[in-house]
Design a protein around this ligand. Structure first.
Ligand SMILES: Nc1ncnc2c1ncn2[C@@H]1O[C@H](COP(=O)(O)OP(=O)(O)OP(=O)(O)O)[C@@H](O)[C@H]1O
Ligand SMILES: [Mg+2]
Length: 354
């Protein structure tokens, strides 16, 4: 019998997406070649997920249940993620302690760093290194603090669908795992996922996460700006947006649309660029080598070019399938066109349950 895989379930604003990955002898290492054996997705109606958080639990769990029935995932155990503006991720050094003690000590160490009380927060720490200096031995790493409501909303939607969450991961960490593999794991990489409502930026050096930022904007904001400026429906605005793109010369009648696209894309690109500049300022001589884009919003024509000239960095579209095997059962012919959209569900499958 085939070995059961690990399933990553991404609850996005516009879709739920689930990927089952089987890990062979190489395990989850950055040079291993696991196999994607099953993939399925289902659309969500507007408002079911708001700003990266489940808002309408019944609708989301109904959609997940239906996806499980249709795609015939063989297990109910899933890894899920969280990631929006209400999840705080920041660099934090702590006095050295054994890894098993770090989590328990966090509430006492971090209260003044958080915009919420530690009672309302789910806290975690991701160590990236160690130093030994004038203050003694220190742990370097990142604090992750999510409001309990955010985590619970996603967990509840999944449990109501009859599934069992094994791991609640930070979405940017998951993205990094599926995108920063092979050669990219030797470099400093900025991974940027532009979704419908959330843009996630994660900077990875030599395969380890260094810096995370969430930006509250994405492709849906662009569509809404076009719909508002032109007084057209969402469907029309979506088509017009893809036609005008960003940074191209357009016919005079499309000028208002191009300006509307720009009014959202320009500040978003600026915020991404500022994140890179800030990181480079704090890591002299070790700035970002290459940027990898994922998510539907990054497919806007001209956007990669725009980010490349604004940041003066090489920008590519991520292809997380390039370092995996894709079994026939996952229907590779349907997946390749927009494989960057699989980065998050795949990366969640790459996560290890604690
Ligand atoms: N070819 C394209 N050109 C322009 N925009 C596109 C294209 N394809 C998809 N999009 C945009 O991508 C967005 C959806 O991206 P994605 O599926 O990554 O988001 P999501 O995962 O549902 O949402 P989020 O990650 O924000 O919760 C939509 O706003 C859509 O307009
Ligand atoms: Mg998404």
């Amino acid at each position: 019998m085939a070995k059961a895989g690990v399933i990553g379930l991404d609850i996005g604003t516009t879709r739920v997406r689930a990927a089952e990955v089987v890990f062979g002898g190489g395990g989850r290492g950055v040079n291993a070649q696991p196999t994607l054996v099953r993939y399925g997705e289902a659309p969500l109606p507007p408002g079911a997920v708001r700003d990266g958080e489940v808002a309408d639990q019944a609708t989301v769990s109904g959609t997940i249940r239906q996806l499980w029935a249709e795609a015939r995932f063989p297990s109910k155990d899933v890894n899920i993620g969280v990631g929006n503006q209400r999840v705080v991720v920041r660099e934090l050094d702590l006095p050295w302690m054994p890894p098993s003690q770090v989590r328990a000590s966090l509430p006492f160490q971090v209260q003044e760093l958080l915009p919420m009380s530690t009672d309302e927060a789910v806290l975690d720490y991701y160590a990236t290194g160690e130093t030994d200096g004038p203050n003694g031995r220190m742990l370097q790493g990142m604090l992750v603090a999510a409001t309990r409501d955010t985590v619970n909303a996603n967990v509840m939607a999944v449990e109501t669908a009859g599934l069992r969450p094994q791991l609640v991961d930070l979405n940017p960490f998951a993205l990094m795992r599926s995108v920063v593999r092979g050669d990219l794991a030797q470099r400093t990489v900025g991974v940027v996922d532009i979704g419908a409502r959330v843009t996630q930026v994660i900077i990875s050096a030599h395969g380890a996460p260094q810096f995370v930022r969430m930006l509250p904007s994405g492709g849906q904001n662009v569509t809404e700006a076009v719909a508002g400026a032109l007084q057209v429906s969402g469907v029309d605005a979506e088509n017009i947006k893809r036609e005008v793109g960003v940074g191209f010369a357009v016919a005079p009648e499309l000028m208002p649309a191009a300006e509307a696209v720009n009014s959202v894309v320009r500040p978003l690109i600026e915020a991404i660029r500022n994140t890179f500049v800030y990181y480079a300022g704090n890591h002299p001589g070790a700035g970002i080598d290459v940027v990898v884009l994922t998510g539907g919003g990054s497919h806007l024509p001209g956007l990669g070019q725009y980010l490349s000239s604004a940041s003066r960095l090489a920008v590519t579209i991520g292809d997380p399938l390039s370092t995996l095997k894709v079994a026939k059962s996952a229907h590779p012919e349907r997946l390749t066109a927009q494989s960057s959209l699989l980065a998050l569900p795949l990366g969640l499958a790459f996560g290890l349950a604690a």
